[in-house]
Design a protein around this ligand. Sequence first.
Ligand SMILES: [Zn+2]
Ligand SMILES: [Zn+2]
Length: 702
Amino acid sequence: MAFWPGVVVATPAHSGVGASLTYRSELSLAPGTLVRVPLGAREVLGVVWECPTEPPEGLTEAKTKPVAGVLDGLPPLNDRWRQLVQFAARYYQRSLGEVALAALPPQLRDLSHEQLARRLKRRAKAGAKTGAPAGEVADGHQLSDEQRQALDALATAQAPVLLFGATGSGKTEVYLQATQRALAAHADAQVLVMVPEINLTPQLEARFRERFEPLCGAGAVVCLHSGMTPAQRLSSWLAAHTGQARIVLGTRMAVLASLPGLRLIVVDEEHDPSYKSQEGARYSARDLAVYRGKVETEALAAHERCQVVLGSATPSLESWHAADQGRYLRLAMPARIGGGALPRLRLVDMNHQPKGAVLAPPLVAAMAERIGRGEQCLVLLNRRGYAPVLACHDCGWKSACPHCSAYRVFHKLDRTLRCHHCGFTERVPRACPDCGNLDIAPVGRGTEQVEEQLAGLLADVKRPDGTPARVARMDADSTRLKGSLEVQLATMHSGEVDVLVGTQMIAKGHDFRRITLVASINADSGLFASDYRAPERLFALLMQAAGRAGRDAAQSAASEMWVQTWYPQHPLFASLKQHDFPAFAVTQLAERLSAGMPPHGHQALLRADARTQQAAQAYLNAAAQAAVGLPHFEDVTLYPAVPLTIQRVANVERAQLLVEAASRGALQRFLSAWQPVLLASRSLPEARGLVRFAVDVDPLVI
Ligand SMILES: [Zn+2]
Ligand SMILES: [Zn+2]
């Protein structure tokens, strides 16, 4: 008897190959079985998707090749995993094979049969203990009332949980105890814990290991992230797939790991943009986690759930809105453990500071005073790279789009102002259109020299022991070398450094006890940006940074958050002053509603790379033309093509076209209908010079 397995293999997203390729097999192969199959001249890894006993129409034995080998010893990938992958491929408009194979460890493709067998044998011998963790919740982990209430609500919640907890409120302990409960309930239960960047949260990994290795064995906790070697990734993946690992700690890629016993998914800092992939299938790991929880729950007995917990002090407005609608259950933990207060906000009005000052004198004085007392300061630089918006500091004019509730972006290359929403374009005016001031400039400029200036300004400041103050910088450059992050963190913890200067990275997760002053010196670029999500990110960043100050309850009363701004009246600061995220969310969601922006509307971008900007835009506009009359065309709005803010990278010109729809379903159905048109449009004369195109569903930046 012959079988005709349909196998998915890694095909380029737009190769035009259908969902699966048909092969022949003497054996019936369960869906999810990993196989090697011939593809052209090569032999590649594939996943059996279905295994019918009749060949698909038009195929004969002569036209198909036999499966070259089966990776036996590995249990098949289960139905829920395949359902997740299928959903991700369809939703994000990629090929099934691309998503499925990208979710497997790369080394699995290269291992011989014998090598794999050896690894599995070694794993089995090392085998972690399975079964429920012995003993009840260990002593010494006393819960606050808030934590206990959150845990109890979590246990009975019938929807994904949005854990809205202030920085320092003890969310991690809730994750740990929820994990403990999930593992104790089932002998083969597994828990997935996701974090934005694992290198920035070594303390979290340490806490999970410390708590669960004694209970579940040495191999019970594994990590999965892109910083691991291929061998490490394979090892973690195998441990998760075979059920030996009980807890997988990982970054966004971990959402696609094979976890046959999955019972709980935690997404920490759920608002973090790094959960959205920026290449390949541009998926949101947070959104996939919610979908995955639903799929797993559907496969369980009626009273059981695979619970999803999204945790944040500043949730994404998408999640906040979902909770408003009752689709998620919101659990609040507003109090800091130990009763410490959040730092007081001090706004520095830069309109009243000496001209050209990058750091306001009162801020420098406050820092000097704290250094003199042996306390530490954190100076936060808002990451540049927000699309630059032009402003006049004399009258307050900004490069708003006359047709949209968006700011136009300054394109340096051709000195134009372009709206990334509707495409409206004008030359940059010579002077401010409102007051004639010649000095119009991008909002938030002039921070390049901060470190140097700061070192100069603090040169005469002494520490309590009489030695000069020390300033250090921490960013992606200074921490690139392996281990250098740990070294730098240690100098801060030991008190060797008095002032730490850096980007986002220094705002995340670290538990510095002696920081009493946090300063944000160029927040304005997040207030007025063409990207409508910029205020949301700025608020999250400032709240997170504020959370770094006064971790020591004894010092929290005196701790301060300083923000330098030209726009102290901006409503964002009013909410920030009260540490009132709900109030901020209400105003932001109202603005989004009036503009039809997510989560009140739905978006996708069609991006094109080409040898010339003209070609990139021509392809996009041709694709838009060809969309006329497609199913659901009348439910979407297609805007004209615009160049990206950074329009040329490595001699490739980049452009994009925005698609909007009021409903997610309509957008999805339109995109599915559009996909073959996008492929076909590549051969239009207009597309000459096109290098590649890609669809980004639910883009984070437009
Ligand atoms: Zn002006
Ligand atoms: Zn516009």
